[in-house]
Design a protein around this ligand. Structure first.
Ligand code: AGP
Length: 604
């Protein structure tokens, strides 16, 4: 997730921008930059890596008079994390910073290139400043040019733009990515992606809404809404606690990240779906040439998303698929054939076991693909190709939004391959794409659902263990639910295919064994239901998660009726995540930093 800051005032603009970016480090980044306009001149600095590199570059830069300035920390989505791709991006006499994804950047870039504009970066962002300067030549004022530019952009964005033609002004626009403006008694104006950089500097803040755009000077905020109607800012008092501000008011980062899944998946999908096909610009067309098998390899939660992928690749893409636990694969002297595409999945891109299997596959001459959340990580740099999940930094050790974005990518990739292999007809491909577009709404947390789970969790604080059970893609979801619970509540839980109960585990059934049963309406419901009835008949305590009322359950969490089982998957994912969270809270555990665990396991 990128971070944006802006400042208009008489104080030390450079220090204000750098300290603001420091407050946004928690959002994760791989490069940073600032641009300051004072006395009619721009100074801009950019650096790859941590902010200390940018501080080093700017140490002799003095900003001791009135200035306007913008700054940015970049989490790469289009283009590698290099200095050229770092923001701010320069036109001829303007700079821009941006958080989000410009879906139509390719068309705009093509038009501008045809008109002779030279692009320096691979980013989507750079089209904004060149489009603005193109419009500046066609309109009477910088604001008209900015307004025209914003109306030509499709996608998600939070934008700040400064230009020599309006030296005391910052232009802003917000649509889908967060941004706010803060004020104080000294007529200073502060912008940021979240409120932490403003704490201690501003008394009041206005959170921009989608479609808001306009400009700010040191004595005015001129704002318009998405209908182009003039709009007054609605200021609220700013909180003073930075840590709670980073959590955006949630109790834990994990809770915040569960709630973020809706917007995260919207980002994961952005620019990758048309009505007729899935598009992965980042994949070389040759990647799948000569491939007859896919082998997926990962650890932990990423291994669970890999199992869900295996069902989709075989069902939709008709590609033989197998899944490996990386720590096992490393040492079992596996047979690897060159017609196998070796896919590693990793949130961090640094997990030692997974990284080693990637090296094994490379040594064996296999084509390799990584599904990862961190650009420029070891795995991204090593694999032949990569797909970024765009989940933003995940601070909770127990993975949630990264898992959700991985499964989303795999659903897209299975349909991408189905089109390439001609294993689904166009109607079905279009239907699948229409369903994918509903994922963000299926993972939106409802207050009723969360409240129900919070109340229910008090009944599950003891017992001698949990079974999470499900069939087909709900089996890896059962594994994931069990892992979440173990990780943060320290209670014992196992995930099982529902059909396995009678092969031994049912011997454990009694009232102190809690079974969390995933009962989707659109996938093997009757089979799953009879498995649960076997447990219920032996007095296991059952919590059924289903759109269909289940009379033999002791507890029942009702999920929505969806058109397809994959949307049921995402909603039930939400339920098991929230259930583990609320049980852990009641047990008084450290939800974000559970005992014995690390966020990235970079050792064997
Ligand atoms: C997930 O909740 C765990 N924290 C852990 O299993 C994690 O998924 C595993 O260590 C793999 O990490 P990676 O995705 O960064 O490779």
């Amino acid at each position: 997730m990128c971070g944006i800051v802006g400042y208009i005032g008489e104080k030390n603009t450079k220090d204000i921008l750098l300290s603001g970016l420091k407050e946004l480090e928690y959002r994760g980044y791989d490069s940073a930059g600032i641009a300051v306009l004072q006395d009619g001149d721009f100074q801009s600095y950019k650096a790859v890596g941590k902010l200390v590199n940018l501080e080093e570059k700017t140490k002799d830069f003095i900003t001791d008079k009135f200035a306007v300035g913008i700054g940015h920390t970049r989490w790469a989505t289009h283009g590698k994390p290099t200095e050229l791709n770092a923001h701010p991006h320069l036109g001829e006499s303007s700079y821009v910073v941006h958080n989000g994804i410009i879906e139509n950047y390719a068309e705009l870039k093509q038009e501008l290139t045809n008109e002779g504009v030279t692009f320096l970066s691979q980013t989507d962002t750079e089209v904004i400043v060149h489009q603005f300067e193109k419009n500046l030549k066609l309109t009477n004022t910088a604001f008209e040019a900015f307004k025209q530019t914003i109306h030509e952009l499709h996608g998600a964005y939070a934008i700040l733009l400064v230009t020599k033609s309006e030296e005391k002004t910052i232009f802003f626009a917000k649509n889908g990515s967060p941004m706010l403006v803060g004020i104080n008694a000294e007529d200073e104006k502060y912008f940021a992606s979240s409120d932490t950089p403003l704490i201690g500097h501003c008394s009041d803040v206005n959170y921009f809404e989608d479609g808001d755009y306009g400009y700010v000077t040191n004595d005015a905020i001129i704002m318009y809404d998405k209908e182009n109607r003039a709009k007054e800012p609605s200021f609220k008092k700013l909180s003073t606690n930075k840590l709670s501000a980073q959590k955006d008011g949630y109790r834990f980062f994990m809770e915040k990240e569960i709630y973020e899944q809706s917007s995260v998946i919207a980002d994961t999908l952005l620019g990758r779906l048309t009505d007729k096909e899935v598009v992965f610009d980042e994949l070389p067309a040759s990647l799948f040439e000569g491939i007859n098998e896919i082998k997926l390899c990962a650890c932990g939660t990423s291994y669970h998303s890999a199992i869900s992928a295996s069902y989709m690749f075989e069902r939709y893409s008709k590609v033989k698929t197998s899944v490996e636990v990386a720590s096992e694969f490393r040492y079992r002297e596996p047979i690897m054939s060159k017609d196998t595409l070796f896919v590693v999945i990793s949130q961090s891109g640094e997990t030692a076991d997974t990284l080693e299997t990637l090296k094994m596959a490379k040594r064996a001459g296999l084509k390799t693909l990584v599904i990862c959340n961190v650009d420029n990580s070891s795995m991204v740099r090593l694999a032949d190709a990569f797909i970024l999940t765009r989940a933003g930094v995940e601070k909770g050790v127990a993975s949630t939004k990264a898992f959700a974005s991985q499964v989303t990518i795999f659903w897209m990739l299975s349909i991408y391959l189905a089109k390439r292999n001609d294993t689904l007809n166009q109607d079905e491909i279009s239907r699948q794409i229409r369903l994918m577009r509903e994922i963000p709404s299926s993972v939106k947390v409802s207050d009723d659902m969360h409240e129900k789970i919070k109340r229910l969790s008090k009944r599950y604080l003891h017992g001698h263990g949990f079974f999470f059970i499900g069939r087909d893609v709900f089996f890896p979801l059962a594994l994931e639910g069990a892992l979440k619970l173990k990780e943060i509540s320290y209670l014992h839980a196992e995930g099982y295919p529902s059909g396995e109960m009678k092969h031994g585990p049912i011997a454990l059934a009694d009232p102190e064994l809690f079974t969390i049963a995933l009962l989707p309406q659109h996938l093997l419901y009757e089979k799953s239901r009879s498995n649960v009835e076997e447990l219920s008949a032996r007095d296991s305590t059952i919590c059924a998660i289903s759109p269909i009322e289940f009379d033999k359950a002791d507890d029942y969490i009702k999920t929505k009726t969806h058109e397809d089982y994959m949307l049921e998957f995402f909603e039930m994912m939400l339920v098991v995540q929230l259930l583990s969270l609320e049980i852990s809270v009641r047990l008084g555990n450290d939800v974000d930093m559970p005992r014995n665990l690390a966020k990235s396991v970079t050792v064997e």
